[in-house]
Design a binder for this molecule. Structure first.
Ligand SMILES: CC(C)(COP(=O)(O)OP(=O)(O)OC[C@H]1O[C@@H](n2cnc3c(N)ncnc32)[C@H](O)[C@@H]1OP(=O)(O)O)[C@@H](O)C(=O)NCCC(=O)NCCS
Length: 153
């Protein structure tokens, strides 16, 4: 394999990679993010490390050790329905390493870690018209469960 994947469970060691959270949020949540979203996402990620539902997988190019991408899963709560589930907040491959299978490998590993911890569900967000992401999910057994409609007021 061209990439090595490692799980980081403690805040130690995460520091150098936090710079990628903001670009990832920018690409994944272009409409929803606000001015504080980057720093909020970084703080949330660091605080959630070590929780049962949290999986932070770092992908690096095997030869050079360069950062290539990451997957960040954490518990997402719905206070209204009183439910919670692991949620894939960030799946991001650095533009230099796209279309080489890293995101697919991160997802396989993330699912494996969750299953080993006895968790039985993973929710992954997709923008409603992002056919590439939706097909990638559907080819891997993800089903579309809900869509949101938004009106700017
Ligand atoms: C989406 C993203 C994570 C894909 O990463 P990647 O490492 O290039 O993906 P992979 O090489 O593992 O490809 C996985 C699958 O997606 C498909 N795919 C990846 N990028 C694609 C694109 N731009 N258009 C169409 N299909 C694409 C691949 O063909 C592959 O298909 P398969 O099911 O036949 O294996 C990456 O483009 C990215 O970081 N984008 C910005 C952030 C983002 O949108 N994240 C997803 C939010 S859930």
């Amino acid at each position: 394999m061209r990439f090595q994947i490692e799980e980081l469970r403690q805040a130690d060691g995460v520091g150098p990679y936090l710079q990628w959270v903001e670009p990832a949020v920018g690409e994944i949540y272009p409409q929803e993010r606000g001015p504080e979203s980057g720093s909020s996402a970084r703080n949330f990620l660091v605080k959630s490390l070590g929780q049962k539902e949290s999986v932070y997988l770092l992908g690096r190019e095997e030869k050079t050790g360069k950062f290539a991408g990451f997957l960040f899963i954490a518990r997402r709560e719905d206070s209204f329905l009183a439910t919670s589930s692991p949620f894939a907040y960030l799946l991001f491959t650095h533009p230099d390493f796209r279309r080489l299978g890293l995101a697919a490998s991160l997802l396989v590993e993330g699912e494996k870690v969750l299953k080993e911890r006895g968790l039985t569900k993973l929710i992954a967000p997709a923008t409603h018209n992002d056919d590439a992401i939706i097909s990638m999910g559907e080819r891997r057994g993800y089903l579309r469960e809900r869509e949101y409609m938004v009106k700017e007021l």
